[in-house]
Design a protein around this ligand. Structure first.
Ligand SMILES: Cc1cc2nc3c(=O)[nH]c(=O)nc-3n(C[C@H](O)[C@H](O)[C@H](O)COP(=O)(O)OP(=O)(O)OC[C@H]3O[C@@H](n4cnc5c(N)ncnc54)[C@H](O)[C@@H]3O)c2cc1C
Length: 375
């Protein structure tokens, strides 16, 4: 069968992972087609603090987040649910930037080099070494390779019958930008019963407040306003914040059914990058860096393998899975461990008093959930 409109690579999803992979691969003259369901720019639920480990790589791609006003962040503050504070310097530091601006910066960098289709992918079928990708508007596209960059939970996960979709995902998250007097060099993580709330400044000078909680904690109150007043405000820092801060959005952005279950980096011959391959607990503040790093990891392995005359798809799949596990496996494990400690009142109390008497503990834990600067 002749495939008239066959692409070399189709990337499904244009968040940080998909956009970065599109930029990297198109810089090496590959014909990339990126399919994203939403037009740019758009807001996303995210803490919007990103580790500096991505800066050298972004710079190699010609991307400079400070050119659009990203805030440099070097300090970390954490409080327990009663407001007991601990402070630490961030080992590597990071920056604050809204996803509205950051994703759009990458989109602007690829829009003239990459074929971009704004549509929702509904089906991806691999047969006889070719992918058939069908969209909601019933376009049918063919490709040699498909990269899955469709985020933490997508209709494609359901279509592929991925294992994590059958497991419980009891988390929900809420985000709004606020006008509030807040140190721009600081990222704060304030705990409350059943969750935690991150605060950091964005390029617009507004403070992003983004919290994650369990559905069980939230459902006692039923609406965001009451939940914030009755539960989050038990932490005196959050109480002050929600009393004084002025929301900039008309209404908060929310997402639910967030899953931190294990996923496979390759499924149905699709190379998964970013959250499609695995989501780290947001309290580690490292999901965005992992999305960018996994795009780099895949792109480099792919380009190397693709140049060989004896290219073997199965080998590349194995190699990518192994590299992915080596790079991210232990970060995800540490993330799960810290999450368990913080969500249990007893172990959280113990953890806070240990961190108080051993000040090097917090930077050590942060290092364990982050990578080194990526070249
Ligand atoms: C509450 C919360 C707070 C967080 N805070 C931080 C933080 O402070 N720092 C940090 O580093 N990380 C944080 N993270 C993690 C971070 O947001 C993610 O790791 C990051 O967004 C992953 O990028 P991605 O490109 O993989 O996915 P996404 O950015 O989610 O992009 C996926 C894209 O795929 C598109 N898509 C999905 N399905 C389809 C389809 N069928 N067809 C076409 N397009 C599709 C979507 O529209 C979307 O644009 C947080 C996560 C949560 C839940």
């Amino acid at each position: 069968m002749a495939y008239n409109n066959k692409r070399e690579v189709i990337i499904i999803g244009g968040g940080l992972a998909g956009l970065t992979a599109a930029l990297h691969l198109s810089n090496h003259n590959l014909k990339i087609c990126l399919i994203e369901k939403n037009e740019y720019p758009h807001h996303k639920v995210c803490g919007e603090y990103i580790s500096n480990e991505v800066l050298p790589y972004l710079s190699s791609l010609g991307i400079d987040p400070f050119s659009i006003g990203a805030k440099r962040i070097s300090k970390f503050e954490i409080t327990d649910s009663k407001g007991f504070p601990l402070k630490a310097d961030l080992p590597l530091g990071g920056f604050g930037i809204s996803r509205y601006a950051f994703d759009n910066l990458l989109f602007e960098a690829i829009k003239d080099k990459v074929e971009i289709i704004f549509d929702t992918v509904e089906k991806v079928i691999f047969k006889e070494n070719i992918f058939t990708v069908t969209t909601q508007r019933k376009d049918v596209l063919y490709a040699d390779f498909v990269i899955g960059a469709f985020g933490k939970r997508s209709n494609i996960d359901f279509f592929l019958n991925r294992r994590f979709m059958k497991q419980p995902s009891p988390w929900l998250a809420v985000k709004t930008h606020y006008d509030f007097d807040f140190d721009e060099d600081t990222v704060a993580l304030h705990n409350f019963n059943g969750g935690y709330c991150g605060l950091s400044k964005t390029e617009t000078n507004t403070v992003n407040a983004c919290y994650l909680t369990t559905f069980k904690s939230f459902k006692k109150y039923g609406d965001i306003d009451t939940f914030q007043k009755k539960e989050l405000s038990k932490n005196p820092f959050l109480d002050e914040f929600f009393k004084k801060a002025k929301p900039v959005f008309k209404k908060p952005l929310t997402i639910s059914q967030i899953s931190f279950q294990k996923k496979e980096p390759v499924e149905n011959h699709i190379f998964m990058i970013g959250d499609s391959a695995g989501l780290i607990h947001p309290l580690c503040g490292n999901g965005m860096a992992m999305a960018i790093r996994s795009a780099q990891l895949f792109s480099e392995l792919f380009l190397k393998a693709f140049q060989k005359s004896d290219f073997d798809r199965n080998n590349l799949e194995k190699e990518y899975s192994n590299h992915w596990q080596k790079e991210f496996g232990s970060r995800l494990k540490t993330g799960r461990f810290i999450q368990r400690i913080l969500m249990n009142p007893l172990s959280s109390k113990l953890g806070f008093s240990m961190a108080k008497s051993i000040p090097s503990l917090i930077p050590k834990l942060i290092e364990k959930t982050h990578g080194s600067p990526i070249k």
